[in-house]
Design a protein around this ligand. Sequence first.
Ligand SMILES: *Cc1c(COP(=O)(O)O)cnc(C)c1O
Length: 310
Amino acid sequence: MALELTICKTENPKPLPTDESKLGFGRVFSDHMFVMDWDKDVGWHDAKIVPYGNLSISPASTVLHYGAEIFEGLKAYRNVNGQIVLFRPDQNFARMNRSADRMGLPELPVDFVLDALKQLVRLDADWVPHSEGTSMYVRPFTFGDDEHLGVHGAAHARFLIILSPSGSYYPNGMAPVDIMIEDEDVRAVRGGTGEAKCGGNYGASIRAGIRAEEKGYAQVLWLDGVERRYIEEVGAMNIMFKINGKICTPMLNGSILPGITRKSILEWLRANGEEPEERRISVDELIEAAENGTLEEAWGCGTAAVVSPV
Ligand SMILES: *Cc1c(COP(=O)(O)O)cnc(C)c1O
C-alpha cells in the first residue's frame, strides 16, 4: 500500500508571536503538525498534516513506561533572500533510522517524511521568524505505543513532526556559557544508547543538570562512563577546543551523540585547510591547558545551541 499524505488545515489559526525577541526555545508551536502511525503488520500508514493539538494516548502506552522514544532536532531558516531553507534534513532522518534500530522502533521512509516535512513547513511558513538569530526549530519524534505493560519491541508506533519558532537556546544568546565538569553521574556508556538520540539519555542527565544550575552553570560537561576521565560532550551539544593552535574534539566512541553540527564544522574546517583532530581528550589535559594558557577557545555545537562559546 502506497503512503499518501492528507492535509487537514486548521479552522482556528493562532495569532503569530508578535515579539520575536521573546520567543525563547521550544515554547511556542505553529498551527499544524505531521502525524503518522505504524503497525507491525501494515507498516507506516495514515500520514497526515493536522491542526497542532493534544494526543490521545493509553495510560498503558509503552512510551510512558519504558522510554520507547527517539527524536531529532533541525531548523528551518530564512536565508538572505527571504527563502526558507532546511539545514541538512536528510542527515537527521538518516540518524533517526540509526536511533530507531538501536531502540527497536520502526525506521522511517526517508523520502516520504522529507517531503512531508517540506509540506508542513510550507503550510506554516508564516511561523518561521524573521529576526537575526531566530529560526523554526523542527522536532520529529517516534514513540512506541502498545497498550501493553510487557517489555518488548513495539508493535505500534507513532511518528510526529512539530514546529516551534525559536530564538536563542541559551537565554543570554552568544554570551559564553559556564559549563560544569560532571564527575559523579554519567550520561552514557559504550554499548548503551549514547549514540542514539533518545529521550532516555536526557532522563538520566537531568539530576546533574539541576545540580549544575543550582551552582550557576548552564549545563554539564560529561566524562566517559568508565574512567570518568575523557571528555565526551555537553548533552545537547558536542564540544570543541582550540589548544595550542589546534582545533580538537572528542572522537566518536559509541557513547557520544554524532552531531550533525559537529560533522558540518569538521567538514568545513577541513575544506578550509584546517586539520581538526578527533581524539581522546582527558579532563587533565584540558585543565593543564587552561592553566598554562594554551587553551585558547572552547565552544559547544549543536542544532539548538548553534555554536555557543564556553
Ligand atoms: C542532538 C544532540 C547533539 C547535537 O547534535 P546536532 O545534530 O548537531 O544537533 C549533541 N549531543 C546530544 C546528546 C544530542 O542529543
